[in-house]
Design a protein around this ligand. Structure first.
Ligand code: PGA
Length: 251
């Protein structure tokens, strides 16, 4: 059985006091959702104070990005070991904002995924099509290309430790959520891709999250889909009540 993962991506929001307060509000209720794993991903500069708040709670800590090299002359970058040092157990990789604003490629996402796994951090590898690609009927091929590139060379054992997030770019921050049927179709395809690459047992173990305008009022239907194993939440994760409302929908 795959345990649902409810992950908050705070993006470049909040200040230190706001991040601490949000973490406190989430941690205080973390035990109310025994059926789900909870995760928050603050801006990297606030990982440390948020880690202090989460210690002893069931809410995990994750980063929003990292660099694939271990250490050295890479000004401004943060390594997997540094994230481990701060108590991170997850890292979001290849988010569409990084792919489309910072120009991150599948190859860079792959290198980061390998480095995260080697450091013992669970990568959350994001994939998703643009609106123009969906309208051109290219959703399946875009997803297949991103999966092939971002997970290239991963062993079955490493793939099982990896989380995939399907985030249609047109649904992120737009309020335009994918229908449960649209999302499930891509999640089912993703699992089939993994079964083809590895085997059914591996594919059945991988958690595949949906992301893109998930709110408390639409989470229930999405999370009921057989191949949707949790949510990656942006806007709604900035309000403890909304984030926890989504967690409540994960059975
Ligand atoms: P959203 O963002 O929930 O604000 O649409 C999701 C994400 O980018 O992870």
């Amino acid at each position: 059985m795959r345990r649902p993962l409810i992950a908050g991506n705070w993006k470049m929001n909040l200040d230190r006091a706001g991040a601490v307060a949000l973490a406190q509000a989430v941690a205080a209720k973390g035990n109310d959702f025994p059926a789900a794993d909870l995760l928050v991903c603050p801006p990297s500069i606030y990982l440390d104070p948020v880690a202090a708040v989460l210690r002893g709670s069931k809410v995990a800590l994750g980063a929003q990005n990292m660099y694939h090299e271990g250490n050295g002359a890479f000004t401004g970058e943060i390594s997997a070991a540094m994230l481990v040092d701060l108590g991170c157990s997850y890292v979001i990789l290849g988010h569409s904002e990084r792919r489309h604003i910072m120009g991150e490629t599948d190859e860079q996402v792959r290198a980061k995924t390998v480095a995260a796994l080697a450091a013992g951090i669970t990568p959350i590898v994001c994939v998703g099509e643009l609106l123009s690609e969906r309208q051109a009927g290219q959703t399946a091929s875009v997803i297949a290309r991103q999966v092939a590139g971002s997970l290239a060379g991963l062993s079955a054992a490493d793939c099982e430790k990896t989380v995939i997030a399907y985030e249609p770019v047109w649904a992120i921050g737009t309020g335009q959520v994918a229908t449960p049927e649209q999302a499930e179709e891509v999640h089912r395809d993703l699992r089939r891709l993994l079964a083809d690459r590895y085997n059914t047992a591996t594919a059945e173990k991988v958690r595949i999250l949906y992301g893109g305008s998930v709110k408390p009022n639409n989470a229930g239907e999405l999370l009921q889909q057989p191949d949707i194993d949790g949510a990656l939440i942006g806007g709604a994760s900035l309000k403890a009540e909304d984030f926890l409302g989504i967690a409540a929908a994960a059975k």
